[in-house]
Design a binder for this molecule. Structure first.
Ligand code: PRT
Ligand code: ZN
Length: 290
């Protein structure tokens, strides 16, 4: 019997590649990827990579060539295939926006009535126009969308925006954000809850991803605290069943350890100092579970 191996399709080279591979490596999975080998088996986890163009990932998963894939939600929705989003991975965030030349009098989506809108995402655009009762003409272009108003192919554009620099450099103004995207993990319908033995490999992978994500933006802090201040420090720290408390040789002091989210870190730090905490040590957390 052949060994069960979960096959994952990831972008060969582009805006998703590095983050996709980084995520899987952070799960302790070792593999070799140099951009020329298009199929690669991990050395310490039953997973095999297919390195492909992002446009092909939904189809590969739909056809069963791959079990799962990592792709932009925009690409997934544009393809419109019956697939599951197993997990929103949160990276490669971007948006689809309407952008217009500076002399275009924009006053809401209704201003697009009867206009030609250049886009690489005609299906997503059409759906949103329909929902807003606007009848316009999507013009499909596969790239360099920003140039189309200047060369007379379209009146306005609907394109992916991240920082907005490309639009500005091409004399366009972002007037409406119509759709938001980030990288998602996809599978064929029902795969993650199926009895397919490969679904249990996916489950292990997702558990590792959750552990990595949970640790992100969290800090581990250790400090010494006057013994009478324990309740106050617990109120400052809050959260998980923390803190962990260890007695010190000097009975008037305790050593305290806790996990604090990064966004609260400085206020917690200052408040702990305020109640007499000393020797505050801050550490990164690599992985954790609830
Ligand atoms: O070769 P392959 O087909 O695999 O890759 P690709 O060229 O089709 O895709 P790629 O690598 O450019 O993008 C892959 C995915 O990354 C997209 O489907 C989005 O989900 C996501 N993503 C995130 C982006 C951007 N940010 C982005 N800024 N995709 C494209 N852009 C482009 C956009 O089209 C525009 O030309 O960047 C420009 C705008 O960027 P800013 O920062 O100037 O606003
Ligand atoms: Zn592509």
């Amino acid at each position: 019997m052949s060994e069960n191996v979960l096959r994952i399709a990831v972008q060969k080279s582009g805006r998703l590649s590095e983050k996709s591979l980084e995520l899987i490596r952070s799960c302790g999975i070792d593999f070799y990827a140099d951009g020329r080998v298009l199929r690669q088996r991990a050395s310490n986890f039953p997973i095999e990579f297919l390195f492909v163009r992002d446009d092909d990932i939904p189809t590969y998963v739909y056809d069963g060539v791959a079990d799962i894939g990592i792709v932009g939600k925009n690409e997934f929705d544009e393809k419109g295939l019956e697939l599951d989003i197993v997990k929103d991975l949160g990276f490669s965030k971007c948006r689809l926006s309407i952008a217009v030349p500076h002399d275009f009098a924009y006053d809401g989506l209704k201003s697009l009535e009867g206009k030609r809108i250049a886009t690489s995402y005609p299906n997503i655009l059409t759906k949103i126009l329909l929902e807003n009762g606007v009848s316009a003409e999507p013009v499909f272009v596969s790239g360099s969308v920003e140039i189309t108003p200047q060369v007379g192919i379209a009146d306005v554009i609907c394109d992916i925006v991240s920082t907005g620099t490309t639009l500005r450099m091409n004399g366009l103004e972002e007037v409406e954000q119509i759709y938001f995207s980030s990288a998602v993990m996809i599978s064929r319908k029902g795969f993650s809850s199926s009895t397919d033995e490969k679904a249990s490999i996916l489950f292990r992978l997702l558990e590792r991803i959750d552990a990595v994500n949970l640790a992100k933006n969290k800090k581990y802090i250790l400090f010494n605290l006057p013994a009478g201040k324990l309740d106050e420090s617990a109120a400052i720290i809050g959260g998980l069943k923390s803190p962990t408390v260890t007695p010190l040789m000097d009975k008037n002091w305790l050593s305290v350890q806790a996990v604090v989210s990064e966004d609260r870190f400085w206020s917690v730090f200052e408040e702990l100092k305020g109640i007499g905490a000393e020797g505050i040590l801050v550490l990164d957390i690599e992985k954790m579970t609830e």
